[in-house]
Design a protein around this ligand. Structure first.
Ligand SMILES: [Zn+2]
Length: 224
């Protein structure tokens, strides 16, 4: 089988047909998607979620083979509701994911201690922190908690982020654009592969394996 590039986290379909992309939908947002995750983003969720809003997540995950997981959701100390309220909304969604046995795609800005505490207390399914740009020490803590990390390598890497990219275990990573198409996903694979001194095909194969492992509950429907 020809393994495609994977854009692990984006907000719209902008890649070509040779890229498997997962679009993140905010609640009932209606977009042209193939594979997607569904959740309530901390920037746009300013009060506790209703029963209906939560049911939408579990219904989609149960009924639609193309809904691979839940997210993005999480915590942002720079934007959105008060962080205590964000935590309550985060826990509401973790509980829905646990009931549904769904993996979660996490948005986390300046709230890693809180997020890791919640992971320890409530986390029962695979979690990934997307858009990770922090240092290797923090990456180590995230990995130690059993989570995956998704990154968007680019040309002007800071020294500490470059260090992180050199350190990340290949079986725990994903690459993404997060809809920043100033650089496409193939270019990001190339930068990462060069940095690690590995062949692009090896990287593609490994990330595809990670994808199957992370989204195992749903992806088996698509590969038979
Ligand atoms: Zn995003």
């Amino acid at each position: 089988m020809q393994v495609s590039y994977i854009d692990f986290h984006t907000h719209s379909r902008q890649n070509g047909d040779d890229v498997l992309e997962v679009v993140s939908l905010h609640g009932a947002q209606d977009k042209d998607v193939k594979y997607y995750t569904i959740g309530y983003h901390p920037w746009w969720t300013l009060k506790l979620l209703s029963e209906d809003e939560l049911a939408l997540m579990s219904d989609k995950y149960r009924d639609d083979a193309c809904c691979l997981g839940m997210g993005e959701l999480g915590l942002d100390n720079l934007k959105g509701a008060d962080i205590e309220l964000q935590e309550k909304i985060f826990i509401q969604q973790i509980q829905i994911a646990n009931q549904s046995k769904s993996p979660i795609v996490i948005h986390c800005v300046r709230a890693f201690d809180r997020m890791l505490r919640l992971r320890k207390r409530y986390g029962e399914t695979p979690w990934v922190v997307h858009g990770f740009v922090r240092n290797k020490t923090l990456a180590g803590q995230v990995l130690d908690s059993g989570m995956y990390i998704s990154v968007a390598p680019h040309e002007k890497l800071s020294i500490s982020f470059k260090d992180t990219l050199q350190y990340l275990p290949l079986d725990k990573i994903f690459l993404e654009t997060d809809s920043d198409f100033t650089m496409d996903i193939k270019e990001r694979y190339r930068i990462f592969a060069d940095l690690r001194g590995i062949d692009i095909q090896v990287l593609k194969d490994q990330i595809y394996q990670n994808f199957i492992t992370f989204y195992t509950g749903k992806w088996k429907h698509h590969i038979g």
